[in-house]
Design a protein around this ligand. Structure first.
Ligand code: BGC
Length: 475
């Protein structure tokens, strides 16, 4: 923000509002990261079989898929703010419940409640952020949400490592109550999304929120006009999906994007980092735990690259670069596992490649997929579209989490990593074919391009270019 014209400065209030909403990401990350370290102790206390352990882990993802499914209708009828509030409340209840659970069944019920919270948060927070942030920083603000996820994962890895000496699994799970309470109180101070208010015909309230968040009344009035224009289309979610082929395209694109994010293999690394360090020859728990913390830290730091670049370079070039880096790293790791990691030098090279892989994800697909998913849907179907893509994230997450160890056992480590390498190459091709560039384009303009039938990869083109490409298509 070097220029000083009023409209190029970002209102401080906006940053604060975005930061509070992104706190939901922190909780998402904490709950995702915490279980890896707590599970061995829980398994001991309740004498759990492997199958029971899988239930304790995966019931949260099941809850998350369900939470995301309910979030669409909920945030449409109650509003974004109340949905976030409910999400925060579920985080508090789930965290306390997990910490005091007296059996595997009770623990599973509360993990399920936490899953609902994660589903609501992962749906509502990026949606709210995309509706509240001015377009020139929209990418960075949604990336801020991803940054919070990564900080949450790292904080969970760190607290697991610190608390593991005494085996304090109840503290590992219970400590998350505190950030959940901060989120709850923070959300109480948030304004409702002006887009949602306009959808409900509460134009005066929408104008008031925009005046608070933008630098001048003129800027606020212009934005409200644009929003009201796009709100005129009355069809909603499922009806729109059934009757409008263009909306079906953007919904499928959102689902595809989330599958692409998960099929990079990053989630596997987040859930099974200690195991991967073990395969790479680090045999002690201490080495594996610290390796996991370093992986979490790299994830946080590299997300800053995305925040800095997303609104300058644009989404597409960064995605292509990220998928390429990840494809190469998976290829090298597969080769190293194939030829055997025997010397300390080889061990450290493997770790370096793993960290470069994490960097590739964190600077690209990690944040950018959430950014794109919240940008490509038309307003009348945004809740439905984002619901479908967020559910796809959790379903793909479940598939990846539930198949990794089986893949290692059946086709072996080298083939498993090569498989992920190939999936990343496919992601590069899909990015070329279908992913639009949405940098600096208003959501209303993206919607206009989509609804008049521009190819998906062109829906982010600026007005003059999309018109000329249409003219060329007519010729
Ligand atoms: C993904 C998670 C992933 C995390 C890692 C998120 O955007 O949805 O599956 O584990 O990033 O930082």
């Amino acid at each position: 923000m070097t220029t000083s014209s009023p409209s190029s400065q970002i209102n401080r209030q906006t940053i604060l509002v975005c930061f509070l909403a992104a706190l939901a990401g922190l909780l998402f990350g904490l709950d995702m990261g915490v279980i890896a370290g707590a599970l061995p102790f829980i398994a001991d206390e309740f004498t759990l079989t492997s199958h029971h352990q899988e239930i304790v882990v995966s019931i949260m993802m099941f809850g998350a898929a369900l939470g995301a499914l309910c979030s669409g209708p909920m945030s449409s009828s109650l509003g974004r703010r109340k949905s976030l509030l409910l999400g925060a409340l579920l985080f508090v209840v789930g965290s306390i419940g997990c910490a005091i659970a007296t059996s595997m069944e009770i623990l599973s019920v509360f993990r399920f409640i936490l899953g609902l919270a994660v589903g609501v948060a992962s749906f509502t927070a990026p949606l709210y952020l995309s509706e509240i942030a001015p377009e020139r920083i929209r990418g960075s603000m949604i990336s801020l949400y991803q940054l919070m996820i990564t900080i949450g994962i790292l904080a969970a890895f760190l607290s697991d490592t610190a608390l593991s000496a005494g085996g304090h699994w109840r503290w590992m799970l219970g400590i998350i109550t505190f950030p959940a309470l901060v989120l709850f109180v923070g959300v109480l101070t948030l304004p409702e999304s002006p887009r949602w208010l306009a959808m409900r015909n509460k134009n005066e309230l929408a104008a008031r929120v925009l005046k608070l968040l933008r630098n001048s009344d003129r800027e606020a009035a212009e934005e409200l006009n644009q929003i009201r224009e796009s709100v005129k289309m009355k069809q909603r979610g499922w009806q729109l999906f059934r009757h409008n082929a263009h909306f079906r395209r953007s919904t499928y694109l959102g689902v595809l994007l989330q599958f692409m994010q998960q099929f990079t293999g990053m989630t596997v690394i987040m859930y099974y980092a200690p195991k991967i360090f073990e395969i790479a020859g680090f045999s002690t728990t201490r080495e594996q735990m610290w390796g996991t913390v370093i992986a979490g830290l790299t994830n946080v730091l590299a997300t800053f690259i995305a925040i800095g670049l997303v609104d300058r370079w644009g989404r597409k070039p960064i995605l292509k670069l990220g998928f390429s880096v990840m494809a190469i790293c998976m290829g090298i790791l597969g080769y190293m596992f194939y030829s055997g990691i025997t010397t300390p030098v080889e061990q450290y090279v493997a770790v370096a490649v793993l960290l470069i892989f994490i960097t590739g994800f964190a600077m690209s697909a990690g944040p950018l997929i959430w950014v794109l998913c919240s940008e490509i849907q038309p307003l009348a179907g945004r809740d439905f579209g984002v619901t479908c893509s967020t559910m796809a994230n959790w379903i793909a997450n479940m598939i990846i989490g539930a198949t990794f160890l089986t893949l290692i056992d059946t086709i072996g480590s080298p083939n498993t990593f090569w498989l992920y390498g190939i999936l990343n190459v496919i992601c590069i091709v899909l990015t070329f074919l279908f992913v639009p560039e949405t940098k600096n384009i208003s959501l209303e303009h993206i919607e206009r391009n989509l609804m008049r039938g521009e190819a998906l990869r062109h829906i982010g083109q600026p007005p003059h270019r999309s018109l000329s490409s249409r003219a060329a298509a007519v010729k």
